[in-house]
Design a protein around this ligand. Structure first.
Ligand SMILES: Nc1nc2c(c(=O)[nH]1)N[C@H]1C(S)=C(S)[C@@H](COP(=O)(O)OP(=O)(O)OC[C@H]3O[C@@H](n4cnc5c(=O)[nH]c(N)nc54)[C@H](O)[C@@H]3O)O[C@H]1N2
Ligand SMILES: Nc1nc2c(c(=O)[nH]1)N[C@H]1C(S)=C(S)[C@@H](COP(=O)(O)OP(=O)(O)OC[C@H]3O[C@@H](n4cnc5c(=O)[nH]c(N)nc54)[C@H](O)[C@@H]3O)O[C@H]1N2
Ligand code: SF4
Ligand SMILES: [Mo]
Length: 689
């Protein structure tokens, strides 16, 4: 419940961004105005602290460019927006939907593209509204984490992580393809504590990141070659007989096949593929083979490659053969979904006819090309929510082509993003200070409530209220068309999302208790402590028949993805920025102060070779397009890598995804319904201007 402190009304919130940390926060309001935001000390993992983005939320809520009203333009690209009423907006939308159904016989020409702008549970109202009217076209899959989830599914049978605090018990911490000093800041205290207690910290990343600077050992691996590195380590550990025979015997299947495979590999070839010196790999193997417990944290960056899933399986195998699973301070940690088991009623997967909604699902990573091909029926209208796809998705040129063929594009957002700018109708969304919601994390085990602190900004509305308004409008035109609970309050919908299982997990009897503070779920602190793996064999599977059945290698065999070619000789890495979160926050005053414009990082040797001077503008280009961006010359990237952190800078036309989009990852269909995006297998050339 809101409480009073020093003349402020204080409410509890959880940052609903797609971020490892899902921080608990307190909002301080006076006279209905949000004055400041602080970390919530009652949150046991984020412990009263936020990242710089979190502290800047007041700037976001009252940003001069924040959308206030529904905006419409009768001619797309005309540049002139007209403020219209919500009634008018809903009438345009509902009329178009009914007209399309009339023309094509179903709502399949209506598409939904939604992802991770806000991960709050009540935001599933958007899917719920769509599903309430019968089959539509919906983006499925994820641009984010698909390959890694499937890798964990094949080997362990599920995605489960230890409580991240358990990391402090490790003697060796491998931060592999993850940059928590930027992307999961609240884990860093646990990394430091582990170090203080004697653990060695190893960072494996092609880029000498802020996290790498905190490590004892930094391995500058070639992009996409982690499978080779892990197999090299595994082979040395096998040769040195440093395996955990007991764990292998009791808790795994397929070791004979896998160890035979390891024996057949050429160690020097693996080492050279990973770009390392033999002595370095031997030193790391000695650590992994002799020190216990080892905590492996596999990041999302690791799996944004053509064989990202396969590479992760090789690291899983390394952890299993050394017995580093199910022990305090050990384990392979990627992400979990164990605190997301709400009833899902809001998603309304059953339509009013009582059957499952037979939506046309399209992989979000191939949305443009799949929809360009679709003609039975074609896609004619698109609803975009919690997404900035004209910044964040691969294949930008094809997306723009698709947009040109659509009759109505509706974007619900807080700002006139590149996506909103290419839409016909833009609806203003409330922030998480203006709505009730509930937010889980995919990393720590805490769940928290988001209370409403202030009234929605001008005419903005929550995604739930927008869904309800659309349902009402449709029903006024055709009674009974939508069964979405258009009159229910957010509280009533939360009541329905909870069930006894979730209450037991959180140890509460009503969700309102979360207003007293976030709760840690009653989950095992140590992943797989009971060794009851969820695979068909009940063991860790070095050899997975499921993978084989799905057309994948049964084991963590080496697979080599694409590498730079003569025409495009550099890897183009577009990992996650420090002061923005995907396309969000970059436009705020504080972020612009430290990060006023996008830059491309390149190695001094590369700059010399190309005649590029520091701080001058360069072209980064490939067959898909080009970027004009300032060069920053630094030893932090290797000579064969150009690094531009992804993001959206409103005053520039910077967009890394103009250059991405060549390949999907190997895995992702089981967990998310579609394979992931190999964003980091993009190759470019550069030139001075
Ligand atoms: N090149 C390259 N591209 C990438 C990546 C990469 O590493 N490199 N990373 C990928 C990854 S991991 C991800 S997760 C995706 C993320 O891509 P998106 O899911 O598109 O994520 P965001 O940019 O965080 O948010 C999208 C929009 O949601 C809006 N929003 C915020 N809150 C709300 C709300 O309550 N309601 C509504 N309707 N809108 C809201 C924000 O203002 C923002 O414009 O990007 C992917 N794209
Ligand atoms: N500040 C901030 N925090 C964020 C986000 C953000 O945009 N900004 N985004 C959120 C989201 S949606 C996500 S998905 C996560 C992402 O956060 P992370 O899991 O940290 O993932 P990335 O930033 O994609 O990449 C992490 C590291 O992987 C490295 N890398 C790239 N290719 C390879 C490779 O082949 N092998 C190895 N070993 N390393 C490689 C990159 O250089 C990068 O340093 O962060 C979340 N938190
Ligand atoms: S962006 Fe991440 S670290 Fe920052 S406040 Fe939100 S959840 Fe916390
Ligand atoms: Mo992501």
């Amino acid at each position: 419940m809101a409480f009073q402190q020093d003349g402020y009304t204080v409410t509890r919130h959880v940052c609903p961004r797609n971020c490892y940390d899902a921080c608990g926060m307190l909002a301080y309001t006076k006279n209905g105005v949000l004055r400041k935001v602080e970390g919530d000390p009652a949150h046991g993992y984020t412990r009263g602290k936020l990242c710089a983005k979190g502290y800047s939320y007041v700037q976001r809520v009252y940003h001069p460019e924040r959308l206030k009203y529904p905006l419409y333009r009768s001619k797309r690209g005309s540049g002139s927006w007209e403020q219209i009423s919500w009634e008018k907006a809903m009438e345009i939308i509902a009329t178009k939907m009914l007209e399309l159904r009339e023309r094509y016989g179903s709502f399949l020409p209506l598409g939904l593209n939604k992802y991770s702008g806000n991960f709050g549970v009540l935001h599933n109202a958007v899917e719920g509204m769509f599903n309430s009217i019968g089959p539509t076209t919906q983006a499925t899959g994820s641009p984010c984490w698909s390959a890694g989830l499937d890798a964990q599914y094949y080997d362990f049978g599920a995605y489960i992580t230890s409580d991240p605090e358990e990391m402090v018990k490790a003697r060796l911490v491998l931060l592999w393809g993850v940059n928590p000093a930027w992307t999961a800041v609240h884990s860093m205290p646990f990394v430091y504590q582990a170090k203080e207690q004697g653990a060695k910290i190893v960072v494996i990343d092609p880029v000498y990141t802020t996290t790498a600077k905190k490590a004892d050992i930094y391995i500058q691996v070639n992009p996409g070659s982690d499978g080779a590195l892990a197999l090299a380590l595994a082979k040395i550990i096998l040769t040195n007989n440093q395996i955990d025979s007991r764990f292998i015997k009791e808790h795994t299947v397929g070791w004979t096949e896998f160890s035979d495979y390891l024996s057949s590999l050429d160690l020097q070839e693996l080492i050279s593929l990973s770009g390392q010196k033999t002595a370095v790999v031997e030193e790391l193997a000695e650590l992994v083979g002799t020190v216990k417990p080892v905590w492996f944290w596999l990041g999302f960056g690791l799996q944004r490659h053509a064989y990202g899933g396969q590479n992760m399986r090789a690291i899983n195998a390394l952890a299993a053969m050394t017995g580093n699973i199910g022990l305090p301070g050990a384990g392979v940690h990627y992400a979990h979904l164990e605190t997301w088991n709400y009833s899902g009623l809001i998603k309304n997967y059953r339509s009013h006819t009582g059957s499952l909604v037979r939506n046309r699902y399209v992989n979000i990573n191939q949305f443009a090309e799949e929809m360009a091909k679709a003609d039975d029926p074609p896609l004619k209208m698109l609803w975009i929510s919690c997404r900035n796809l004209l910044s964040q998705d691969a294949h930008q040129a094809r997306l723009l082509q698709l947009f040109a063929n659509l009759e109505l594009i509706v974007t619900v957002d807080q700002f006139l993003t590149p996506t909103a700018l290419q839409s016909d109708l833009v609806l203003p969304a409330a922030t998480h200070f203006e709505e009730l919601d509930l937010v889980s994390s995919y990393w720590h085990h805490w769940v928290g409530l988001n209370e409403q602190a202030i009234e929605p900004y001008y005419e903005s509305k929550s995604d739930l209220h927008i869904a309800q308004l659309l349902a009402k409008t449709l029903n006024s035109m055709e009674p009974g068309l939508s069964n979405f609970p258009s009159e229910a309050t957010a509280e009533e919908i939360l009541d329905r999302e909870f069930n006894q299982e979730v209450y037991n997990l959180l140890g509460i009897s009503h969700w309102r208790e979360l207003a007293e503070g976030p709760k840690r779920a009653n989950l095992a602190r140590i992943a797989w402590e009971n060794r009851a793996f969820k695979t068909p064999s009940g063991k860790f599977e070095f050899f997975s028949r499921r993978a084989l059945r799905n057309g994948l290698p049964a084991m963590a065999e080496l697979r080599l993805g694409p590498t730079p070619c003569a025409e495009y000789p550099y890897w183009f890495l577009t990992s996650h920025p420090q002061h923005g979160l995907n396309s969000q926050f970059h436009n705020l005053e504080w972020a612009l102060k430290v990060n006023p414009e996008p830059v491309a990082y390149l190695h001094p040797a590369t700059a010399r070779q190309k005649g590029i001077k520091p701080d001058t503008m360069i072209r980064v280009f490939n067959e898909k397009g080009q970027l004009v961006v300032k060069a920053e010359v630094t030893m932090e990237v290797p000579p064969h890598v150009i690094l531009c952190h992804q993001g959206w800078f409103p005053s520039t036309d910077f967009n890394v995804n103009r250059l991405t989009g060549s390949a999907l990852t190997d895995m992702g269909e089981v967990a998310t319904g579609g394979r992931g995006m190999a964003f980091y297998d993009t190759f470019v050339d550069i030139a001075k201007i």
